[in-house]
Write a protein that binds this ligand. Sequence first.
Ligand SMILES: CC(=O)N[C@@H](CCC[C@H](N)C(=O)O)C(=O)O
Length: 371
Amino acid sequence: MNQEQLIEIRRSLHQIPELGFQEVKTQAFLLEEIEKMGRENINITKWKTGLFVFIKGKNPKKTIAYRTDIDGLPITEETGLAFTSEHEGRMHACGHDLHMTIALGALDEISATPIDDNVLFIFQPAEEGPGGAEPMLASDTFKQWNVDQIFALHIAPELPVGTVSSRAGILFANTSELFIDFKGKGGHAAYPHLTKDMIVTASSFVTQLQQIISRKIDPLDSGVVTIGKMTAGTVQNIIAETARLEGTIRTLQPETMVIIKKELENFIKGFEIAYDCHIEVDYGAMYYQVSNDNEYVEKFAQVMEENNITFVEADPAMTGEDFGYFLKEIPGFMFWLGVDSTNGLHHSKLNPKEDAIQIGIHAVTAMIRKG
Ligand SMILES: CC(=O)N[C@@H](CCC[C@H](N)C(=O)O)C(=O)O
């Protein structure tokens, strides 16, 4: 595939972002592109809205897997680009359109000139939630290939094009979604003493919640609690009977996640008494940390040097990735790919440089060929 074709693919994918396990158009588009490659050695198996694409090696001794995620986010795009999202309120704001294009480009190259070993390309749904990696990994379809090693990439807006980055050990955090529902007693805005105001309760909860991080977690450890969405009330002169907070918890150690949740539940008990209300918590999807295998990262750094791609040592990040579930079972690693965007991940104006696509394909195919 040449640069022009790759850009066309990326832009087409950018226009059709779909949420986790709804990637119907995306799957159809990917199938069409793989079909166009016209290679007999490509074996496709659908898995929900994702795909497994297997290429048999010439003299296989092992199976190498490469994974891309395929879902978009519930964000309204504000890039003003000519190829802006056609799906209202949905955007590829985490770079999965680039991830998929790179996977297609690498698939095209590897299927054109297969290596000795088997290669499995994984097009995984629902990375942003509720999580496609764990059920994909557990599926009988996946198990049949006995994958020996696995890797994946993620775009890095803050890194220049031509640079990749990774580290041995923890790259991404443990995550847990967080949904908290408050139920009190609504009423007339003029009679607060006759009500249990859930806007006041939830607001107070949001600000005090941060004390779990500042006062309950060892300052030398790391944790994040973010509330990204708050909904409550019906109209300006009615006291809200219910409120809902939606957020996420991030930790570098799995044990810290347990502490935060225990403290959160203590907080909830206290708030129920202090504000005379009922509070329910639901942790939604949880992702296991992305922990890279030392040897693969070392090999990757070396392969990048041989291919004139700049490798820089990464710091751990509090982002989450359900790719961590694959790495829990199979040795491998994840790396950042520089795409040089002023606006970062999950921003409505994220605009990765498309030149990074070729670098990504080069890095992935070089690593696959190295074995
Ligand atoms: C790379 C990236 O941005 N990943 C997401 C993963 C989301 C996990 C889950 N929905 C949560 O919010 O906990 C991230 O937000 O880090």
